[in-house]
Design a protein around this ligand. Structure first.
Ligand SMILES: [Zn+2]
Length: 447
C-alpha cells in the first residue's frame, strides 16, 4: 500500500505518527534524535485512531511543511499527554518532507553483513581468515564515521530494521566461537567480565564511547568447540549466558563444524538439530538464533532430501527443527529484506580481509553501490521514486510490501528541481522476483 507522496512546495506535508509497543525494541525518544522531538510533540496532540495492531496507534494530521530544521530542544510547552507518552512507550516517527529530502532514506539499498573468524596481535599472522585487533578497531571506527549502526541479523530476517534515521544498518558476525572473539575474565571481585582484548570486548568499549553506534553482533557457535577453540579453559556456559543477557545473537554453526555438502541424512539432522536443541537450552529470547544456520565452509548440502529438510524442516530427537535463515560465506554487500532479490535462505556476507574490506568500502564511498539508508521507522519502507541503476533490479513492488508495512515513496531533490527526470516514477519491473531457493547442489555462488 502506498500511503505517502511528499512534494516540496506543496504547502502542506502529511505526517504519520506511529506509537509502537514498548516491546518491539524501537529506540526511545531520547535516542531518536532530538530534531524529531519537537515534531513529535506537535503530532501527539493530533487525534489518534486505532491502528491495525493491538497496542499500536496511528495518527494522521495535516501539518505545514517545515521550512527549517525542527527544533533541537524539547518543547517546554509540551503537555502532560506528550510527556507521559514519551516516558511510557517507545516511539518511531516517520520523516517529514524536509527530513526526507535531507536524509534521503533508501530502504532498498544494500546491507553489509560482515564476517570475522580469527584475530591476532601479530601482523605477520594476518591471512584470509585472520585480522589484527588493530584492524578490527579501525573497522569499527570506519563504520561509525560513515554512519553505520550495529544491527541484529534477526532484524533483517524479520524485516524489522530498527536503525535511527539516516543511518546504514550493518551486521557483525563471528564464526567458530574462538576465544579471540570473546573471553570472560574475573574482575577484582571475582565476577566474570568480557576481556577487553577480544573482539567483543572492543565492541563493548566502542559502544560505551559511542552510544549512537548500536551494540550487538552475532556469534556462530560450534558446541563442540565453544569459545575454547585454541586455548585456555572454557567458560562456554557463562559466555553464552553473558551473550544472552546482553543483546548479542547466538546462531547455529553445526555440532562439529561439519561440511554439509557430503553427510548422511542422519548426520545432517544431528549436526543441525542437536545444535539447535543445545542453543535452546542455553540462550534465551531474541539472542537465540538456533534456527539460523551459518553454513560451515559456506557449503550447501548436495542431496535433495537434505535441501528439503533445510527448507521444510525435520524432526530430531522428537523436536521440530525449522530453519528460518541460512547465512553464506563471503560474497559482497547483501540485499535489503525489502528487495526482490532478498532471500532469508541465502544471506550474503562480506569477508573482512584487506582486499574484500577495501572493495566494499570503496563501493560505499564511490557510490557505485547504493546502500540502505534508514527512515528511522521499522514499520515503514521508504524508497525514493528515482532509483540508481544498481537498484532497479532490486525493486519489486509486490515484495516491498510483502511484510505488510507501509511503503513510502518520495521524489529526490534532483527530480523536484528537474521535471524532465520524471517524478513519482518507479519502474515496475514486471517479473517474477527471485526468492527462489539457491541451487540444490554445489555452491550457491555459482547460481
Ligand atoms: Zn566456520
Amino acid at each position: 500500500m502506498f500511503l505517502l507522496g511528499v512534494h516540496r512546495g506543496a504547502g502542506k506535508g502529511r505526517y504519520l505518527v506511529r506509537i509502537a509497543r514498548a516491546t518491539t525494541g524501537h529506540w526511545t525518544v531520547g535516542r531518536l534524535g532530538a530534531f524529531l522531538t519537537g515534531l513529535l510533540v506537535v503530532l501527539l496532540a493530533a487525534a489518534c485512531t486505532p491502528g491495525r495492531d493491538s497496542g499500536t496507534t496511528i495518527a494522521w494530521r495535516e501539518v505545514p511543511t517545515p521550512t527549517t530544521a525542527p527544533t533541537v530542544a524539547p518543547d517546554p510547552t509540551a503537555g502532560p499527554e506528550a510527556t507521559a507518552a514519551a516516558g511510557a512507550t517507545t516511539v518511531a516517527v516517520p520523516l517529514g518532507a524536509d527530513d526526507l529530502l535531507r536524509i534521503q532514506p533508501n530502504e532498498l539499498g544494500r546491507i553489509p553483513v560482515l564476517m570475522y573468524h580469527a584475530f591476532t596481535s601479530d601482523p605477520a599472522k594476518v591471512d584470509e581468515w585472520t585480522v589484527t585487533f588493530d584492524t578490527f578497531g579501525e573497522h569499527l571506527t570506519w563504520l561509525y564515521e560513515h554512519d553505520f549502526y550495529l544491527t541484529p541479523l534477526m532484524d533483517l530476517i524479520n524485516n524489522e530494521i530498527s536503525v535511527p534515521p539516516g543511518k546504514h544498518p550493518v551486521v557483525l558476525t563471528f564464526d567458530d566461537s574462538t576465544s579471540w572473539q570473546f573471553r570472560l575474565l574475573p574482575n577484582e571481585d571475582g565476577v566474570l567480565e568480557p576481556d577487553p582484548n577480544t573482539a567483543l570486548g572492543m565492541i563493548e568499549a566502542f559502544a560505551a564511547r559511542h552510544p549512537d553506534f548500536g551494540r550487538t553482533a552475532l556469534f556462530a557457535v560450534v558446541p563442540t568447540a565453544c569459545f575454547h577453540y585454541l586455548s585456555e579453559e572454557a567458560t562456554c556456559e557463562q559466555r553464552l549466558a553473558w551473550l544472552s543477557n546482553n543483546g548479542y545473537e547466538v546462531a547455529n554453526h553445526t555440532w562439529t563444524h561439519e561440511n554439509l555438502h557430503t553427510v548422511s541424512d542422519d548426520q545432517f539432522r544431528q549436526e543441525i538439530g542437536q545444535t539447535k536443541i543445545w542453543i535452546d537450552e542455553r540462550v534465551r529470547g531474541e539472542s537465540n538464533l538456533g534456527n539460523v544456520l551459518v553454513l560451515p565452509f559456506g557449503a550447501w548440502p548436495q542431496s535433495d532430501a537434505q535441501a528439503d529438510m533445510l527448507y521444510n524442516g525435520f524432526v530430531h530427537e522428537g523436536q521440530d527443527i525449522l530453519i528460518t535463515g541460512v547465512v553464506e560465506v563471503g560474497s559482497g554487500p547483501g540485499h535489503s529484506p525489502s528487495s526482490g532479490n532478498w532471500t532469508r535462505m541465502s544471506i550474503l556476507r562480506i569477508n573482512t580481509e584487506e582486499r574484500e574490506w577495501e572493495k566494499w568500502t570503496t563501493q560505499f564511498t564511490s557510490g557505485s553501490l547504493t546502500f540502505y539508508v534508514s527512515d528511522g521507522d521499522p514499520a515503514t519502507v521508504t524508497i525514493p521514486n528515482q532509483l540508481a541503476d544498481d537498484l532497479v533490479d532490486e525493486w519489486d513492488p509486490e515484495w516491498a510490501s510483502a511484510y505488510g508495512m507501509e511503503v513510502i515513496r518520495y521524489d529526490l531533490p534532483e527530480a523536484l528541481a528537474d521535471p524532465t527526470l520524471g517524478r513519482g516514477v518507479l519502474p515496475n519491473v514486471g517479473r517474477s522476483f527471485r526468492r527462489l531457493p539457491p541451487a540444490r547442489s554445489g555452491w550457491p555462488g555459482s547460481r
